[in-house]
Design a protein around this ligand. Structure first.
Ligand SMILES: Nc1ncnc2c1ncn2[C@@H]1O[C@H](COP(=O)(O)OP(=O)(O)OP(=O)(O)O)[C@@H](O)[C@H]1O
Ligand SMILES: Nc1ncnc2c1ncn2[C@@H]1O[C@H](COP(=O)(O)OP(=O)(O)OP(=O)(O)O)[C@@H](O)[C@H]1O
Ligand SMILES: [Mg+2]
Ligand SMILES: [Mg+2]
Lengths: 252, 252
């Protein structure tokens, strides 16, 4: 049976999309059938693969609004074991509409359920807020990965976010677990980064993955070439870290 | 008459809060009476000054929900010419409630109007999305500053965001102008950063501020000490850049 993992954080710019894309491709490199679902109106997942929102036959808006079957929205991007469902929000009206349709908090859970037999991993890229789309993601998920940057605002927002996850889990999805807190954009040269990473380990203990994703220019460059970093430069420190993370999650 | 400037971007983690806080304090250093309004449920503005959401007498939720007068939510944090209105969202239920009350898109505009006589600058820190809170901010604003990081996803999201700003302005706030596109977290050592900065200048010409905010560790450290960077280390490159930006905007 496949596993649905939400990649979520209220804080913006901490590496949610980067983690969904690159952890996803790492699973596919280990021959796990993987689906990436973009719940974020920004639509960065399709952009990573140079797919314009206008070229998408059907996306997350059509699924929530017109009940288009998920199978019509799955895009094969030519990588083995790796498919995506894009977010095709064109403007602010689409965005407000999507958040409104998502008031049915169990919608995504019911849509994805049958696909747990088709995929080994389904990764959900969540938007940077606690709105109805992220709630749909957390309610559909078996577990959640929380990317955190070792900086003041991201650290502050983690405590509150963990509390919200517990609230949502208790009310709507009691089986959901925390897969882990993932330190991203880690710069070991900065004293502040090292201090915050130690603080995270002290406060959240085993919830924090030992694997840290280093800040690595190749990770930020890869999407400009339409690729996940592992296919752009397999020896890049960021690519290796995501492969190690995938290996760890598969082994759990 | 005071000026209301929204600091907005759909992309997360590009320096919206950092710009609101530090451009704000720079205005106050030039003796301009400044108010920072936090429209983001994350509540990073109050956190910067070590104010807990539980200690806030009234915040943005009370203003939208219970029509509490703005004057009751203004907090004097002990810096001359510089006050804040905090976002006091405690959990995901508050967040969904706030976005729903904000369906009245002209609410903030009507609340802030009388305060243009009290302050020289009112800065609005927007959340990383195009939901009803950001729309309230763009409709209340005289102008908007769009922070952009020189990286692929932030660049891609800029075009769409500018289009949405034009749509919102045409329908709801025709006088709103673009104050400027602000390059933030700029690392001049990275070739990719320099390339993207050049591309921004080529595509958006005079819309892009000449002043770039450099990536500067002191900027990220300052909030941990409860201060804007100018009060943490006035000689820090980040502090100087925000002072230059304030000077430029005041002179326009
Ligand atoms: N390990 C890394 N090394 C270098 N750059 C990275 C790394 N991870 C992410 N980035 C870059 O940092 C920026 C933020 O990452 P990303 O967009 O994935 O975050 P996000 O949490 O999905 O943002 P949002 O909140 O807007 O959805 C991007 O420009 C990305 O390319
Ligand atoms: N010039 C800078 N130099 C170094 N770090 C910076 C700079 N500007 C912002 N930062 C850091 O980058 C991170 C993102 O900035 P910030 O939180 O202000 O962005 P934001 O756009 O408000 O994010 P969100 O989308 O979550 O609201 C923060 O940890 C901040 O301290
Ligand atoms: Mg993202
Ligand atoms: Mg912010």
């Amino acid at each position: 049976m496949g596993k649905i993992i939400a990649i979520a954080s209220q804080k913006g710019g901490v590496g949610k999309t980067t983690t969904a894309i690159n952890l996803g491709v790492s699973f596919s490199i280990f021959n796990k059938r993987t689906l990436i679902v973009d719940l974020d109106p920004q639509g960065s997942v399709a952009e990573t693969f140079q797919i314009s929102p206008y070229d998408i036959p059907a996306g997350i808006l059509d699924i929530f609004k017109d009940k288009v079957p998920l199978s019509e929205a799955i895009i094969d991007i030519g990588l083995g074991n790796y498919e995506i469902v894009a977010s095709n929000i064109k403007d602010e009206e689409d965005e407000v509409a999507l958040y409104t349709y998502a008031f049915n908090l169990k919608m995504l859970k019911n849509i994805l359920k049958p696909y747990k037999k088709v995929y080994d991993y389904i990764l959900l890229d969540c938007p940077p807020n606690l709105g109805t789309l992220t709630m749909n993601g957390l309610i559909a998920a078996d577990s959640v990965i929380i990317p955190v940057q070792c900086e003041f605002y991201a650290l502050k927002s983690l405590g509150k976010f963990l509390q919200s996850i517990r609230n949502i889990s208790k009310k709507h999805n009691p089986k959901m677990r925390i897969e882990g807190i993932l330190i991203t954009l880690f710069d070991k040269r900065l004293k502040k980064s090292r201090e915050i990473a130690d603080e995270l380990k002290r406060s959240f203990k085993n919830l924090v993955f030992d694997i840290k994703i280093p800040r690595n220019a190749k990770v930020a460059e890869a999407p400009a070439y339409g690729k996940p970093v592992a296919l752009y430069d397999i020896n890049a420190p960021g690519a290796i870290a995501y492969l190690e993370l995938a290996e760890k999650i598969i082994s759990l």
